[in-house]
Design a protein around this ligand. Structure first.
Ligand SMILES: O=C(O)CCC(=O)C(=O)O
Ligand SMILES: [Fe+2]
Length: 324
């Protein structure tokens, strides 16, 4: 039996200054945000909260594979409205970093736009929305100022609404403490095969991955040959992720499988796509890692509706220049 999402929904803490805009959309300020982030308009939040909670299809057709697949999780046209809203309202980055390979330092340019919000479970944000103070989850005392390399950013209400929907659909209230957002502007943007099984996510991490916007192929392939396969690795599994589709990878999936989104030529890659992943990090190393690789040190980008592109903000204190 499906249940209504709104029976599950938690009100978002409202101890924050809200500012009414001309179109009656409130915004959320936080000192760690480069600009105020708009809250979901009621034309999106109301149907999102009031829809029936969809049932996912369990896929465990291969050894160590454990997926829940929702087609869709957010139905059209809501998924399309959410795509346009999030592309316009979130700060994005194109992170560059150096890695050391065999003693050689190599520069890596992340081939997509990224952004991240959240903090690992050893800390929590103070309830006063404008405060940057972090509290130690165990003692409830302020965490040392140097606990993290950069100040973590609280999940803004527009993404928190999605987090609550995902948690409601799988009965995991309060599970996820991080939201990572990827924006693939064209078919040249991609993510290489990898698994999300870093130590800082704990054992058998659950990764919920929601797609919005253009359809792109998502692949899963085994890390090594399964038992009884005479050393043969089966061909990758392909999921054409359409707007609103969601896959939850759980159980032993991350330990035995890689996933990735290859580059695409032609029309399928021309339309932008947003991917939102929800995760739970359990130690501070997770927070440091996620901000390093998804926000980084470089320029901020913000979608400009007039230009229909994501121009760089040329560092101007990482503040916005293009008014949507
Ligand atoms: O865009 C996707 O579907 C995958 C994203 C992903 O795997 C990641 O961010 O770790
Ligand atoms: Fe991933």
């Amino acid at each position: 039996m499906s249940k209504r999402i709104n029976t599950f929904f938690q009100p978002i803490p409202s101890k924050k200054p809200k500012q009414e805009l001309a179109e009656k959309c409130s915004v959320t300020h936080h000192p760690t945000y480069p600009f105020a982030i708009r809250d979901l308009p009621s034309s999106i939040s109301t149907p999102l909260v009031n829809r029936d909670s969809p049932e996912g299809k369990h896929i465990a057709s291969q050894p160590h594979l454990d997926l829940l697949y929702f087609t869709p999780f957010v139905p059209p046209p809501l998924s399309r409205q959410l795509f346009h809203f999030l592309r316009r309202e979130l700060p994005f980055y194109r992170v560059c970093y150096t890695i050391n390979r065999g003693g050689l330092s190599t520069e890596v340019k992340t081939p997509r736009y990224t952004t991240v919000f959240g903090v690992d479970s050893t800390s929590r944000f103070a309830t006063e929305w404008e405060s940057t103070t972090l509290l130690d989850s165990a003692s409830n005392q302020p965490a040392p100022e140097n606990k993290y390399r950069v100040p973590p950013r609280p999940i803004p209400p527009c993404l928190d609404a999605l987090r609550q929907c995902v948690e409601a659909a799988t009965n995991r209230r309060g599970h996820y403490n991080f939201i990572l957002v990827n924006y693939y502007a064209t078919g040249d943007d991609s993510i290489a095969y990898h698994s999300d099984d870093e130590r800082f996510l704990g054992a058998q991490p659950i990764i919920a991955s929601l797609s919005l916007g253009g359809t792109r192929d998502f692949f899963l392939k085994r890390k090594s040959a399964p038992p009884g396969s005479a050393g043969k690795i089966p061909p990758p599994m392909k999921f054409a992720m359409a707007s609103g589709d969601m896959v939850i990878m759980q159980g032993e999936t991350q330990a035995h499988w890689l996933h990735g989104l290859p580059k695409r030529r032609g029309s399928t890659g021309r339309q932008g796509r947003i991917n939102i992943t929800l995760r739970r990090a359990v130690i501070p190393e997770g927070t440091n890692n996620y901000y390093r690789y998804n926000v980084g040190q470089g320029e901020m980008y913000r979608w400009c509706s007039a230009k229909g592109e994501m121009p760089t903000m040329l560092n101007m204190d990482r503040k916005m220049k293009c008014i949507n």
